[in-house]
Design a binder for this molecule. Structure first.
Ligand SMILES: [Zn+2]
Length: 325
């Protein structure tokens, strides 16, 4: 605003939008992905895709008013199955209206006139933690989010590995973790042990009591044996998933986020014990760390995707980033 007449060069920024089921996080990042400003607004999930993107863009407008800057590109992280190449949502949960099929990047590009990119939220989470978080600079890492469900993503050879259909690293719905029914319709998936919803269900089965994952963590700290047991089973399941991944792709780093990971003191010992009991065949120790960027990881990761994509264009054409507009 007032800086327009000054001689200080306008900083170049990337925006990251994390459009979640209840809230939308928006960050404005400097070229090195340091967060310059951020805001959280409610997601109007029941009003449809257009309203959801409009709300995110209104929040971004607010940030751009507060921080005079030149926007180079926008990354979007969204829940559900996405087509990251076409920039479109493929499958969304029931809580969203008119979100499946919505052309996210085209809508953002039309509104702002800068390139936009779309990622699944778990992929964006891992991009964020690799760019500025707990596993910054790692060439390879498994990312897991233990929230309402269990999400996973793979970072290999310095890049996100999406697989042929964008579903690589989807560790939550891998079979071999018992025989309990999963939310996806399958059985014995990791999610039946390690999601917030599953912790509550497993604790309820043992005790007849209804507590949230957070509530179970609180009574576990007070020595509730059933609460300790369900967290221990979750940690053992997570460790098993890490070992399977490590055995397949020979990685030695895992970063874990999501609401359930707040009970790190309960999870970490059982993960460590299971990893020690069955070390990977590579003989290399596995480092498991808690995510560091909290609720902003997805938005920062989305901004990092935009920076990576636009940086690649700059390298190819050798010009300024503005050339790719
Ligand atoms: Zn499943």
């Amino acid at each position: 605003m007032t800086a327009s007449g000054s001689r200080i060069p306008t900083p170049e920024v990337y925006a990251g939008l994390d459009i979640g089921g209840t809230t939308t996080q928006v960050v404005l990042c400097a070229a090195d992905l340091t967060v310059v400003d951020s805001v959280e607004v409610p997601t109007p999930a029941a009003e449809g895709g257009r309203a959801m993107v409009r709300a995110a863009l209104a929040a971004l407008d607010l940030l751009r008013e507060r921080v005079p800057s030149r926007l180079l590109g926008v990354g979007v992280g969204a829940a559900g199955v996405v087509d990251s190449r076409a920039g479109r949502i493929l499958v969304a949960s029931d809580s969203f209206r008119s979100w499946a099929g919505f052309p996210v990047t085209a809508t953002v590009e039309d509104a702002l006139g800068v390139p936009a990119f779309l990622d699944n939220d778990v992929n964006a989470f891992l991009r964020g933690e690799v760019a500025k978080g707990a596993v910054a600079g790692e060439p390879a890492a498994l990312g897991m989010t233990l929230g309402t469900g269990v999400g996973g993503a793979l970072w290999l050879d310095g890049a996100l590995f999406e697989g042929a259909h964008g579903a690589a690293g989807e560790i939550g719905h891998l079979p071999g973790f018992g025989d309990l029914p999963c939310t996806c319709g399958g059985r014995g998936h990791l999610e039946t042990l390690a999601s917030g919803r599953s912790l509550a269900a497993r604790y309820g089965e043992r005790t007849g009591r209804s507590l949230t994952a957070r509530g179970i963590a609180e009574v576990a700290v007070d020595g509730d044996l059933d609460a300790l047991a369900v967290y221990e089973a979750a940690g053992a399941g997570v460790a098993r998933a890490i070992l399977i991944t490590a055995g397949l792709v020979d990685l030695t780093t895992c970063v874990i986020g999501g609401g359930v990971s707040r009970a790190w003191d309960l999870l970490e010992p059982s993960i460590a014990a299971a990893l020690a009991a069955e070390p990977p065949v590579s003989g290399q120790p596995i480092r498991v760390v808690r995510a560091r960027l909290g609720s902003r990881a997805v938005a920062i990761g989305a901004a990092s995707r935009a920076r990576t994509e636009l940086g690649a264009v700059t390298r190819v054409y050798g010009g300024g980033v503005g050339n790719c507009r």
